[in-house]
Design a protein around this ligand. Sequence first.
Ligand SMILES: Nc1nc2c(ncn2[C@@H]2O[C@H](COP(=O)(O)OP(=O)(O)O)[C@@H](O)[C@H]2O)c(=O)[nH]1
Ligand SMILES: [Mg+2]
Length: 374
Amino acid sequence: MVCLSEQRYKGNPFRRVSYIPPIDVILSVAFKQTKNLRIKSSKRRISREEKIANLERERISTLAMVITEKLERIINQFPWIESLHPFYGEICDLMGNIDKIRRILGRLGGIENQIKELERDHIARLKETKHPNEMAEIRNQSNGRMASLLKKAKGDVNYLIRVIKKLKTVPDFNVNYPTVVIAGAPNVGKSSLVIEISTGKPEVGEYPFTTKKIIFGHRDIGMTNIQVVDTPGLLDRPFRDRNLIERQSIISIRHISDIILFMFDISKDATISLEEQFNLFEDIEKEFPNVLIIRVLNKTDLLSEEEIIEGKKTLKTQFQITIKDVNSLQGLIEEIEAIVKNSVLQTEKFKEILKLTVSKEFLQPVEEEINYEF
Ligand SMILES: Nc1nc2c(ncn2[C@@H]2O[C@H](COP(=O)(O)OP(=O)(O)O)[C@@H](O)[C@H]2O)c(=O)[nH]1
Ligand SMILES: [Mg+2]
């Protein structure tokens, strides 16, 4: 299996898994290849029996080879379950069962070994006979055993096909990038803010157990990329009536959040009361104890001067913005960039990169100039 830590790319690891063939497809491809085999002419003069023995051996080996290659490809493509980033680990467990996947991959590895064993056994048995009929019988037995062994994995492989299809739809977060998660009631302007903050074109993706599309974008700040994520259906209403799966989904977000922007809406457009918005804010504070939360008052274009002052005072919002005026976002964007730059500068990884890119002379202390004049 591929170890994730060796990967340069840190996005959704399940997107690397390409086509997983169902067992029936593996078998029909494998049998088709053996059918194409013919008795080969040989420079050496060999008996007819020997030629048939060679052909039957090749048929057995080819079937085993095609099956084991296909199984190996399935196993190797899967990310190493043990070293999945906790975010994708939890998502994987939400959409499937991580232990079940681990067991299935183990079982497929076991079948691969058993197929190789069957190949060795039957080839050994071929050597014990000189009769073409018996040779064909041995090959038939080998085919039958390999096929029935493989058929046992039918359900397992179908499960992998189903799970991987779901896992591939999970957004391609780069778990190495500092991430800003946007929270707040429905309709406060979360998706709009992601679009405004992002430098490129934001992507639209799926997220487990939300019916709405998730919008996420990037902001290039030179030394790194900031990832900005909207959370429809998750961080948008108080947690008290959440089911277990939704709570688990919320917890998975904890693994990627560095900053949370909590948006309040006190305009007439607000979809939930101010009290409910505040309950949601407190839930998030409790659930994300180690994450920096920045309070933002949005839709100031719909508010009077007095309402903005009052909102700022009661909600303790640090930024008052409106998506309708990009200038109002400047302070907030600068703050996010400053926080990220500072924290990136402090990481060991960044210091290492800096050492490699800055010239040696630059790092050498300037020699003190000595004045020889007396
Ligand atoms: N007037 C006004 N409308 C806004 C503002 N921000 C967002 N909206 C509108 O509010 C609606 C909901 O915005 P959206 O970004 O989809 O909210 P979300 O549900 O939190 O993602 C959209 O029609 C936006 O155009 C704002 O600052 N002022
Ligand atoms: Mg939205």
